[in-house]
Design a protein around this ligand. Structure first.
Ligand SMILES: [Zn+2]
Length: 424
């Protein structure tokens, strides 16, 4: 049923909790789970959610509960991942992340011209009138659209579900991090253990025998406005040039090529990403034909499909929100509104795009989600300016040779081509 503009629900702006979590001591009842350390970034730890294993009795049994205290069937949460904040300075906690997503990030992906009549919100969320909200901290409400037919770009945003984690569960998570990563010489986490929110997210990892996921970084999709006129490199390639060689092992693509949709450059890069992704799966290497098919499928998605529409939109928003460019000569301070815009622009310049392609069922469409859309903290603004100055002053935009490394930037290629034309 198509909702009219009058009945179309609006999104709540408050962060909401979807679940609670607690350890259980009584008889086993079948819905117990364990959190297992999966990975970590600079600001978060990520855990998989797996059925509690009888063979590992040292691990506490944990259950998810609803706002009324009833047990959540484990199938509702298995297969998702949960992240918690490391509490690092200049990063946001989980409430702030969800709140920023609802109030600031989602509106950037609503395309009013795609919705039927209503231009205020095209989100399809379950609405509970504020007056009926229970006084408990737990509110059952989905924070993101569930209707994937809705033709706005919000379909690419992941559902974020808040989980209230008591201190005993946080302690278990810290112990798990220590157990699984102590081989890296890590010391036991001695942070004060306090209750905090976690965030449940879909698990987008590749599934052996079924699907493959590649991660794309649609970083600075346009040259920095502060780059020198004679720049030989875009902002992202300049930053890459400034980094030590060991940070450059992974397949890399200049983001300007990504947004330009240049198939002859994108295709070989996608192929390397596909081979790398297969390399992480515990299964025999795929046939050449399958690799070619998947590569072509993803390349088309990025160059001409929905992926292109999404990447172009991210570029549009990155440019539109870059308020630093509005500063007049001599001005250094941004207004509060300009600061918010700049934080949003920088959020979009640091997100990840996960492209998932099914190879067991060729009829399934490619799906993609944007991740790492945590609204950047205002405390980071000063650091951004310093980083940009260091890139300009260090000559990273303009030096032609960086340790003899081959340059794959679109700006370098265009300039070299110009020089060649003039000399022919
Ligand atoms: Zn570049």
């Amino acid at each position: 049923m198509q909702l009219s503009s009058r009945t179309r629900p609006t999104v709540t702006k408050l962060p909401v909790l979807q679940y609670g979590c607690r350890t259980v001591a009584g008889p086993q009842e079948g819905n117990e789970i364990s959190f297992n350390y999966l990975s970590e970034g600079g600001a978060n730890y990520v855990f998989s959610i797996d059925p509690w294993n009888q063979l590992d009795r040292r691990r506490p049994r944990i259950i998810f509960v609803t706002n009324t205290g009833s047990v959540v069937p484990k199938n509702q949460v298995l297969g998702k991942v949960m992240r918690i904040s490391k509490g690092v300075l200049k990063t946001l906690n989980s409430q702030e992340v969800i709140s920023g997503l609802l109030t600031e990030i989602i509106p950037l992906f609503e395309l009013p011209n795609f919705s039927t009549k209503n231009t205020s919100s095209a989100l399809n969320t379950k609405q509970i009138p504020t007056s009926t909200l229970p006084t408990s901290r737990l509110v059952s409400l989905k924070a993101l659209p569930t209707n994937r037919m809705n033709p706005t770009l919000t379909q690419h945003l992941m559902e974020h579900e808040g989980v209230d984690l008591p201190s005993e569960v946080i302690q278990e998570l810290y112990d798990e991090v220590y157990q699984k990563s102590s081989h890296m010489g890590r010391e036991r986490i001695t942070l004060k253990v306090e209750a905090q929110w976690g965030i449940l997210l879909p698990n987008l990892s590749s599934v052996p025998g079924k699907s493959l996921t590649i991660e794309v970084k649609p970083k600075w999709l346009e040259q920095s406005r502060k780059a020198p006129q004679d720049a030989y490199r875009c902002r992202n390639c300049a930053l890459r040039a400034s980094k030590p060689a060991e940070d450059k092992q992974n397949a890399y693509l200049c983001p300007l090529y990504l947004v330009a949709g240049n198939a002859s450059v994108i295709q070989p890069w996608v192929k390397r990403k596909v081979l790398d992704a297969f390399g992480t799966l515990p299964e025999p290497q795929p046939e050449q034909k399958m690799v070619e098919n998947i590569t072509d499928h993803i390349t088309h998605y990025i160059v001409a499909g929905k992926g292109h529409r999404l990447i172009s939109h991210i570029k549009h928003q990155q440019v539109r929100l870059d308020t630093e460019a509005e500063l007049k000569q001599g001005e250094t301070a941004l207004t509060a509104k300009q600061e918010t815009s700049l934080r949003l622009a920088m959020t979009l310049k640091d997100c990840s795009l996960y492209i998932k392609v099914s190879y067991s069922d060729k009829d399934l469409p490619i799906e993609s989600w944007l991740g790492d859309l945590d609204f950047k903290s205002p405390q980071k603004i000063k650091g951004w300016g310093l980083k940009e100055t260091a890139l300009v002053d260090g000559g990273w935009y303009t030096q032609r040779d960086v340790g003899g490394e081959r340059l794959d930037c679109m700006i370098s290629a265009a300039r070299d081509e110009n020089v060649a034309l003039h000399h022919s």
